[in-house]
Design a protein around this ligand. Sequence first.
Ligand code: NAP
Length: 463
Amino acid sequence: MSAVTPPGPPSAPLRVAVVGAGPAGIYAAEALTRQDDVPVAVDLVDRLPTPFGLVRHGIAPDHLKMRAIRETLHRALEHPCVRFVGNVSIGTDVSCAELLEAVDAVIYTYGAALDRRLGIEGEELLGSLAATELVAWYTGHPDADRAKVEAALEGVRDVVVVGVGNVALDVARVLVRTPEELDPTDMPQHVLDVLAAAPVERVTVLGRRGPVQATFTTKELDELGDVAGATVLVDPADLPGEDEPPPPDRLVARNIGVLREFAGNTPEPGRPTVTLRFFGRPVRLAGEDRVTGVEVERTVVDEDGRASGTGDVELVPADLVVRSVGYRGSGLPGLPVDESRGTVPHAAGRVLREGSPAPGEYVAGWIKRGPTGVVGTNKHDARETVAALLEDVAAGVLRPTGGRGDLVELLRARGADPVLLEDWRAIDAAEVALGAERGRARTTLHEWDSLLAAVREAAHRIG
Ligand code: NAP
């Protein structure tokens, strides 16, 4: 966008709705409040009555240090120019067009919540789960399909996790952690009980390409080797030869170093194993009523990193198959989406409608760039989007009006029941109190009813 003279200091704040209170949304709110050029009033809207998105319902609960980032994120929620508005579904409670009508600008940061499919026979069988389903369950997401996940986990001994990204490592690690290791986490009690009862013996993490192409990171790989309850194995034949030149990418070279250490491990009788297996792609899930195995075709990988099948197929026994092959974003009614990429088309964060920037509409986070990167990646991403928004204010494309009426009042008039910061604080306190019953820092409330009951009970006490 070309440089234009700013219209002068606006008198009313620029009212911005950020849709999605995960890291991208919170960093966008923070970037808006950390500049002095344009006074802002930010409504941070979320479908859940709780903030933090994937920090709450994505980062594995045993990653206590990583989850502690919520304390930092919380500071942005407490800024006087930011209002948390949870329990509101944009597209249902109000349409995207109505939202844009009510405020001066909207930043969509609602992530990529859907799973990707393998597209192979047997994927619908009992015992076949998406990592998104398992992760939602073990992090206590109120929409998790408890019955499906718990039926899939019953009596599980052999697990195949498809994919070699960090989510696959999270899933493998959580499944083999000892009850003692999981005890300090905020996992709901039923999750701890089901995991403790699952007699997992063997987990195979399956990469369709080689270790050089794997997307997991060294820290996470290292950590897998440190779990108390399992031995990590790798077939040395899957690794580049010691006499070959090291991979030019330092991160890959470090991964290969850790994998070589794992390749030196030997299984111990009675101790569970996690095998990182490469050059194998699933072609069919076997089983009649439930999964009994995965047909894995051996692959070869060419110089450009492309895998092709060799026709050499082996049945790997499995009573649980978790496909951890990435997340996928979807559109909201009234918002354009590139179906093939699962992202909203944009230019530097400005939403594109029919190829042109749509005034007042922006995007950040996974729904902007796709499901990649760590929590911190969203900071830079959100700043880029906010910079575009502020440029548009300077250019006169966006004019601060202070909003046309109050968004929360509009939502209540529509029958929605917004959960504000003090309500979230009540949920937070209820989770801390629930955790304290068993000597834990917190236990996640995993049901809509209990989350909203915590809000009502606190309101009743105050009232
Ligand atoms: P990811 O890193 O993109 O990994 C997806 C994996 O699925 C890849 O190994 C991919 O293999 C494989 N895959 C895709 N389609 C497949 C198919 N049809 N058959 C077999 N394999 C297939 O995604 P992710 O693990 O879901 O992670 C998402 C993002 O969150 C990443 O940026 C990740 O680093 C981040 N994350 C970070 C942490 C952490 O920092 N601790 C934890 C969790 C997640 P190809 O490469 O061959 O396509």
